[in-house]
Ligand binder design. Structure first.
Ligand code: UD1
Ligand code: UDP
Length: 386
């Protein structure tokens, strides 16, 4: 039986790979090996524990305030040793992190076929998101099988010259993880969160971490949140803070002492998706949250100038607002007080998947390795077809 090695290192990769690792474990056609780089530590382990994923290998590369080159070289060095000792028949990498691109390059150097999950997302700007747009384009150059989440991402790949026969549209595995998790209604381990949930007060859920937003822009986000908190006393702003000290230093000083701002540690995925399901508005620069919130019918304001996930913007549930302090205050204000505007954005749309992306992915990988038939593409919801 062919052996497939899943390689990932950060929280979003762990969430999006968990359904695939689960499906591989159940597969009778493929053997599964899991390697984590440890680009993230606490935030990675938290997800793996929830989904019962026990890595076979852990490169444990995290350093505080790590550099991009450091992540790249430590990952490649660790994988070089692993692949020299034993070569899997294929590797699976996910998305656009430096872990995923480093793993793709290391596998390529060893002649191991690469399967790219969440292939074909493009913002069209090499510098934004940085370095993710470059990472995913590099991985596309090396992959043998491109698992595109939507027909739009498939088209991006075809436009760059990738052969149609090497692409399968699967839907995004984040929707598999979300559907699994949200139904379970996890309880909050932080009693302050349970109290907010019970109060029924409107919640503005905020997450931010992007490298290109760090520094001045993120300080501006902090000031915008402080102004919103002062003006909207009935609103609760909940901010599960990323572990990155650079993010915390920029964002949190403006928020200290605000009674209606609740800053928490990174939440377990079950707790986060429950919070998402009871939030009124979502303000974020996250990729994964842009995919999850629309399927729960939550209006999403995205603190970026562009997105590689245009589907929910086209459907009207996501709006790009950038990071200008006044614009953030204004856009949140409109959503809070203009009921028609809120209603237009609060539509549950599901362009990103139907919960069967992992199943399709495993079938496509089996086909690549000559132990299965080609699988049919995921069809997006009719209203999104153009
Ligand atoms: C990384 C990815 C980004 C992804 C994000 C998800 C790259 C270049 N960036 O960015 O694409 O959107 O993860 O969150 O691959 N830290 C900890 N513990 C943790 C996690 C992080 O202490 O569990 C701290 C460390 O000081 C670390 C810093 O956060 O040096 C930044 O982590 P890093 O993975 O380099 O960047 P992210 O901004 O998390
Ligand atoms: N998430 C989580 N706990 C949190 C914040 C986010 O489990 O406290 C989940 C969220 O549901 C999404 C993913 O983490 O699936 C997004 O991760 P992140 O924003 O770090 O990375 P990105 O998606 O931007 O690459």
């Amino acid at each position: 039986m062919p052996t497939v090695m899943s390689i990932f290192g950060t929280r979003p990769e762990a969430i999006k790979m968990a359904p695939i690792v689960g499906a591989l474990k159940r597969s009778h056609a493929l053997d599964s090996v899991v390697t984590v780089t440890g680009q993230h530590r606490e935030m990675l382990d938290q997800v793996n524990e929830l989904f019962d994923v026990v890595p076979d290998y852990d490169l444990n590369i995290l350093e505080q305030r790590q550099s991009l080159s450091g992540i790249m070289t430590r990952t490649m060095d660790g994988l070089e040793k692993l692949f020299t000792a034993s070569k899997p028949d294929a590797v699976i990498v996910q998305g656009d992190t430096t872990t995923s691109t480093a793993a793709a390059i290391a596998a390529f150097y060893h002649g191991i076929p690469i399967v790219h999950v969440e292939a074909g997302l493009r913002s069209g700007n090499l510098l934004s998101p940085f370095p993710e747009e470059a990472n995913r384009k590099l991985t596309s150059q090396l992959a043998s099988l491109h698992l595109a989440p939507t027909s739009e991402s498939r088209s991006n790949l075809v436009a760059e010259g990738v052969s149609s026969s090497a692409i399968v549209v699967t839907g995004n595995t984040v929707i598999d993880a979300l559907l699994d998790s949200v139904g379970k209604q996890a309880s909050f381990s932080d009693p302050r969160l349970e109290a907010v949930a019970e109060s029924g007060r409107r919640i503005l859920l905020v997450t931010t971490h992007r490298r290109e937003n760090q520094g001045n822009a993120m300080q501006g986000v902090g000031r915008a949140l402080a102004r919103i908190a002062d003006r909207e006393r009935d609103l609760v702003i909940v901010l599960p803070a990323h572990k990155n000290p650079v993010v915390r230093e920029a964002l949190l000083p403006a928020l200290s002492g605000k009674a209606n701002v609740l800053v928490t540690e990174p939440l377990g995925y079950g707790e986060f998706t429950r919070l998402l399901s009871i939030a009124h508005i979502v303000l974020t620069d996250s990729g994964g949250v842009q995919e999850e919130a629309p399927s729960l019918g939550k209006p999403v304001l995205v603190m970026r100038e562009n997105t590689e996930r245009p589907e929910a913007v086209e459907a009207g549930t996501v709006k790009l607002i950038g990071t200008d302090e006044n614009t953030i205050v204004e856009e949140v204000n409109i959503l809070l007080h203009d009921e028609d505007h809120f209603a237009r954005m609060a539509n549950a749309v599901n362009p990103y998947g139907d919960g069967k992306a992992a199943e399709r992915s495993i079938a496509a990988i089996a086909h690549l390795l000559n132990v299965g038939d080609r699988v049919a593409d995921f069809e997006p919801a009719p209203y999104l077809r153009r």
